[in-house]
Design a binder for this molecule. Structure first.
Ligand SMILES: Cc1cc2nc3c(=O)[nH]c(=O)nc-3n(C[C@H](O)[C@H](O)[C@H](O)COP(=O)(O)OP(=O)(O)OC[C@H]3O[C@@H](n4cnc5c(N)ncnc54)[C@H](O)[C@@H]3O)c2cc1C
Length: 321
């Protein structure tokens, strides 16, 4: 997303732009997403939820998001819901294919399956390194297939500073699924389950956070990066559970009408990356946007699409100023 946003905004400001895309299609993980671009209603809540992030970058995303959403609307990106489902967050839900199409139209020609050394000024926006992290840790991938940390490596080579973090945004998944099922098949009901690893240990005491991102990371730390969700008969009746169970790939009955469901940790995007300032600048001639930039969601969970949108705009405006 961030690369398309930066290209669209830079063209709007009069720049000539080349867009190099490694994959066979544009849109990255944005195209696979639920399309909800959001922020916490209250900045203090953002700080509480993501205490490891850089307050000035968080402030940038928080303050600029509403205008940025209007900008997306002006490009013709189709809004399907004008607010989020949660009282403590606000934003808009876009239809991901229409959102991608609107950005592609505005970004100009996109060179697909592109390789080679890009020139300066350069906006790096390659979607972090979920594919590499998943490979290294033996986890599932729940992102586009091309984000392997290339942009982070390039920015570091050109003088940017690394921002290390082991954290990622992820979900519990029933097993490998085709990318069009990444949203529907997520097993997002761990709060109603007893959470047990392959050694039979309950590994996650207490309540998972509202996003269950903390639980996904705890599953990643279990043997094999997997676990079981044990559900009693009452939990199985809940709509949040019943809607997701049909995607389960491995289950075992429990006494009393319960069920245990196999879940695997899957990586959507990484939190480590490149250090940027509030103009998305990382080094001379290098801007970094989207989740290649670290330091926003750390310690919790915040919208990756919001990060991509705001940093993409900030990079284009900084280059054009
Ligand atoms: C199933 C799913 C649901 C999600 N739902 C939401 C949601 O509702 N709300 C939300 O905020 N976030 C959501 N996300 C996360 C969100 O999609 C990402 O945080 C966001 O897309 C990150 O934007 P980005 O521009 O950094 O990366 P991407 O959108 O992934 O774009 C990165 C692009 O860089 C390309 N690339 C990689 N390497 C290179 C290279 N070397 N050269 C050129 N191009 C390269 C990739 O192919 C890709 O097109 C979801 C993600 C998934 C997978």
């Amino acid at each position: 997303m961030a690369g398309l946003v930066a290209a669209a905004r830079a063209r709007e400001l009069g720049a000539d732009v080349r867009v190099l895309e490694k994959g066979s299609r544009a849109g990255g993980s944005m195209l696979l997403s639920s399309g909800v671009i959001w922020r916490y209603c209250d900045f203090e809540e953002f700080r509480r939820q993501c205490p490891g992030g850089d307050p000035s970058l968080q402030r940038l995303v928080w303050e600029r998001l509403d205008d940025a959403l209007d900008w997306l609307g002006r490009l013709g990106a189709p809004v399907v819901e004008r607010d989020t489902e949660r009282a403590f967050t606000t934003g808009r839900r876009f239809e991901p294919r229409g959102l991608t199409a609107a950005l592609v139209r505005a970004a100009g020609t996109i060179e697909l399956a592109a390789t080679g050394e890009p020139e300066a000024p350069l906006v790096v926006a390659t979607g972090g390194s979920p594919v590499r992290l998943a490979r290294e840790r033996g986890l599932l991938v729940r992102s586009n297939a091309w984000s392997e940390g290339d942009g982070i490596g390039l920015a570091l080579q050109r003088g940017a500073e690394a921002l290390a973090s082991d954290e990622f945004y992820g979900r519990a998944m029933p097993g490998p699924v085709p990318e069009e099922q990444f949203v529907a098949a997520s097993q997002l009901y761990g709060r109603f389950a007893r959470r047990v690893n392959d050694l039979g240990e309950e590994f996650f005491p207490g309540e998972p956070s509202w996003s269950e991102n903390d639980l996904a990371q705890a599953i990643a730390a279990q043997p094999g990066g997997r676990a079981w969700y044990e559900l009693d008969a009452a939990a199985l009746e809940r709509p949040e559970v019943a809607d997701r169970i049909p995607f389960a790939q491995e289950t075992e009955p429990l006494p009393g009408g319960g069920l245990r469901v196999r879940v695997h940790a899957a990586v959507t995007h990484t939190y480590g990356g490149v250090k940027v300032d509030e103009r998305a600048r990382a080094a001379d001639g290098v801007w970094v946007a989207g989740v290649d930039a670290g330091g926003i969601s750390n310690g919790g969970y915040a919208s990756g699409l919001a990060q991509a949108l705001v940093l993409g705009l900030a990079a284009a405006e900084s280059i054009s100023s």
